[in-house]
Design a binder for this molecule. Structure first.
Ligand code: 9Z3
Length: 347
């Protein structure tokens, strides 16, 4: 996401120095919980490799950029994780198993209906006697539906959640998940909706202690975060279906930037959205095509969520990718079933 957090009066750009994603991981510390998250994801992937389900990695929410090692201050962005949390629910509905990789304390599938919102669930409840809490009649149907879907995902073992805070946590986790998911080959979907910072302060350039005030204004020099989509597509998980999001505020940049990303990284789809219209309008950009999804005023008033349309469309594109990949593999290998990893993948 190309956020120019500083006003143009003080934002100053250095000539673009390519940052090597490989050295990034040597020069910046991994998150403390990486091993635990990795074990959780490995178990989930292995289980769904044997069930043959399609597996989606959904990234969601913003990443922070700490200014100090002992972090008192950090830069952040606006994303609450609505797109990711909502999409995860529709992906589960479409039969996917979902790894929900989200910014700590951002919105999560199902609980999102009652958190971070003016729609506080406590206002839906009344106390009756000593042992009973009742949901108000007007809220019951919706709460029952959401609860039933949540419990189904838990019972079926189709949803796990892992969290990140900083942009470095995010990149380590993304690499770990992508490598673990690579055994799923074309059955893996990457839905990269997190709002990832473009700039950061590398560990070796970061001050240890809280930056002190009293010496006038503060000037920050930030490095560019490496373009991680390229290694993701080329090295970490070469057969998956990769969808990235592109956020802009200047309409004229949306399609050119989406096309540029497809050309640079070689992935399958960019979903372009504008900050102010993202809840009802998105563009789906592929190498040779451009489609749009727009919700009408009536649909919005009825509570239709644009993610339901995005995911429906995406599941079709992903299925076409699976069919295409298997056909290519079976031609290349001269095999009858076209499975790429020796495991019969069914849906
Ligand atoms: C998006 O564009 C997401 O749709 C939003 C969702 C962040 C707008 P909310 O959380 O917002 O529902 O309020 N994500 C941007 C993804 C991003 O940063 N992409 C990078 C880029 O464009 C590379 S993958 O360079």
């Amino acid at each position: 996401m190309e956020t120019h957090l500083l006003s143009s009066a003080i934002a100053e750009f250095q000539p673009e120095v390519p940052v090597n994603p490989a050295t990034y991981f040597d020069e910046n510390p991994p998150p403390r919980n990486l091993e635990a998250h990795s074990a959780k994801v490995r178990e989930f992937v292995d289980r769904h490799l044997s069930t043959g389900r399609k597996v989606a990695l959904v990234t969601s929410g913003g990443t922070t950029v700490p200014l100090e090692v002992n972090t008192v201050r950090f830069l952040d962005n606006f994303s609450a994780g609505t797109r990711g949390a909502t999409s995860a629910e529709y992906l589960l509905e479409q039969g996917y198993a979902v790894i929900f990789m989200h910014r700590q304390f951002s919105l999560q599938p199902y609980s999102r209906h009652y958190s971070h919102t003016t729609n506080c669930f406590l206002d839906h409840l009344t106390i009756e006697g000593d042992s009973c809490i009742r949901v108000g009649e007007q809220f019951r149907e919706k709460m029952r539906t959401v609860l039933a879907q949540y419990q189904k995902a838990k019972q079926d073992g189709t949803l796990i959640m892992i969290d990140f805070v900083t942009v470095t946590d995010y990149l380590f986790l993304l690499r770990t998940c992508a490598k673990l998911m690579s055994v799923l080959h074309e059955n893996a979907l990457y839905y990269l909706a997190a709002a990832v910072s473009d700039f950061f302060i590398p560990a070796k350039k970061m001050v240890e202690h809280k930056i002190q005030s009293g010496g006038g204004g503060l000037t920050l020099r930030m490095d560019q975060v490496p373009k991680f989509l390229k290694p993701l597509v080329k090295e970490w998980t070469p057969h998956g279906y990769v969808v990235s999001f592109k956020l802009e505020t200047d309409t004229t940049l949306l399609i050119p930037k989406a096309r540029q990303a497809l050309e640079s990284y070689g992935h399958q789809l960019v979903i372009g959205n504008m900050l102010n219209t993202r809840k009802w309008h998105v563009m789906l950009v592929e190498k040779d095509t451009e489609d749009e999804i727009t919700l009408s005023k009536e649909e919005l008033a009825q509570g239709v969520e644009i993610e339901s349309r995005i995911v429906e469309d995406l599941a079709r594109r992903h299925d076409a990718h699976i069919t295409r990949t298997r056909a290519q593999n079976s031609t290349a290998n001269g095999t009858a079933n076209g499975a790429t990893n020796g495991t019969a993948l069914s849906r």
